[in-house]
Write a protein that binds this ligand. Structure first.
Ligand SMILES: *Cc1c(COP(=O)(O)O)cnc(C)c1O
Length: 389
């Protein structure tokens, strides 16, 4: 069979490769501690499951959903943005449902890039940005986000010669894989820059509800002028442990949201209505749920960061996300370190270069495992003399 160039240029999915290595280690009898993929281990809360169970029995939820989302869901999203971010959204024009935010992100490249158009992407960054730029026939342009600059995109480092061909920039704060948050002044600079160069900001805000010490991450839409230049992608996956449910939303600039909707009407038929009803319930009790959950993540974060720091690292505690992003010890690459850790300790971590060349020299730990497993992971590193030195 002849494969398209589109298919052939897609690199192997990072976690498929990691799963292979994990299976090999498990076959050797190692007890695997999985600190790899960022998929919440905690269950979807019962109150959401109950809402789903009731909705699924109602035949009026069994037909094709409206592709843009049922009105009640879009209203619930707008209401949540109002209470959480103090951002007012028109549920009819500025909100659309997504089958998980990855779906909306993937379709954004088809919506906003003509073949040959440039997408400016953070490196390291969520791999879907790069791959979907290629699938859409666009040209990825990487902009480094580094520890020295608090992982904030340096707009003056972007080659001025590509700005004419650039249509979109993806930003992701709190960031995967770095856990970095952005300052208020960064959001303001991003909006001014986007306006000046007529570039659409695609803000990926998947982790806005996983935060610590009461420091709530912000939506770009909180900042003046954002609605003229930004669309924000959001998801219930990480907030409510609903990764398998596939429910998210895109909000913000009406023209951008409507254009994305136009692609979506021709590509998918929306989200199962019962799932949208469950999502409406999720938002109703979000505050108490999120507070309880973040207390759990905070204890886990502290076990890992304090633990690594006793082994020679000097990590600051991330303010948000469930990721710890750290340098590999001298003498290792990202890949050789993660393989060494897996083979000697059974601990699965992710090589930083899987998120782009800018991630080389780093690894990512996801704290989506129980506390006792995290304590055990630190003990295993220690007993195998794996240190940062
Ligand atoms: C997990 C994740 C997503 C996608 O989540 P969905 O389950 O598709 O909503 C998007 N962006 C980032 C940065 C993520 O880590």
């Amino acid at each position: 069979m002849k494969m398209t160039k589109r298919i052939e240029q897609i690199p192997p999915y990072l976690f498929a490769e990691i799963d292979k290595k994990k299976a090999q280690a498990a076959a050797k009898g190692l007890d695997i501690i999985n600190l790899g993929i960022g998929d919440p281990d905690l269950p979807t809360p019962d109150y959401i499951i109950d809402a789903m169970a009731a909705a699924i029995r109602d035949p009026k939820n069994h037909d094709y959903p409206p592709y843009e989302g049922i009105a009640e869901y879009r209203k619930a999203v707008a209401k949540w943005y109002e209470t959480r971010f103090n951002v007012t959204l028109d549920p009819d024009k500025e909100v659309i449902s997504l089958i998980g935010s990855k779906e909306g992100i993937a379709h954004a490249f088809l919506t906003f890039l003509d073949p040959g158009d440039v997408a400016i992407l953070p490196d390291p960054g969520y791999p879907a940005y790069h791959v979907n730029t290629l699938i859409a026939g666009g040209v990825p342009y990487s902009v480094p986000v580094t520890e020295e600059n608090n992982y904030e995109v340096q707009f003056d480092q972007i080659d001025p010669n590509i700005l004419d061909r650039a249509n979109i920039i993806f930003l992701n704060y709190p960031g995967n894989p770095t856990g970095a948050t952005a300052s208020d002044s960064f959001f303001e600079r991003a909006i001014a820059w986007a306006k000046r160069h007529n570039i659409l900001i695609c803000m990926d805000n998947a982790y806005s509800e996983v935060y610590y010490d009461g420091q709530k991450p912000r939506s770009i839409l909180e900042f003046p002028g954002a609605k003229e230049v930004a669309i924000e992608f959001h998801t219930l996956s990480k907030t409510f442990n609903m990764t398998g449910w596939r429910l998210g939303m895109a909000v913000g600039n009406a023209q951008a949201v409507q254009a994305l909707g136009k692609i979506k009407t021709n590509m998918d038929s929306g989200v199962f209505k019962a799932i949208q009803w469950a999502g409406i319930k999720a938002f109703e009790h979000y505050e108490s749920f999120v507070n309880t959950q973040n207390a759990i993540y905070q204890r886990r974060r502290d076990i890992i960061v304090d633990g690594l720091n006793t082994l020679g690292w000097t990590l600051a505690k991330p303010k948000a996300s469930f990721y710890i992003w750290a340098k590999v010890p001298a003498g290792y690459t990202s890949e050789s370190f993660t393989v060494h850790v897996l083979e000697t300790t059974g601990i699965l971590i992710v090589p930083g270069n899987g998120y782009g060349p800018g991630g080389e020299g780093y690894f990512r730990i996801s704290i989506t495992s129980q506390e006792d497993r995290l304590v055990e992971a630190i003990a295993r590193l220690k007993s195998n003399n794996i240190r940062f030195a």
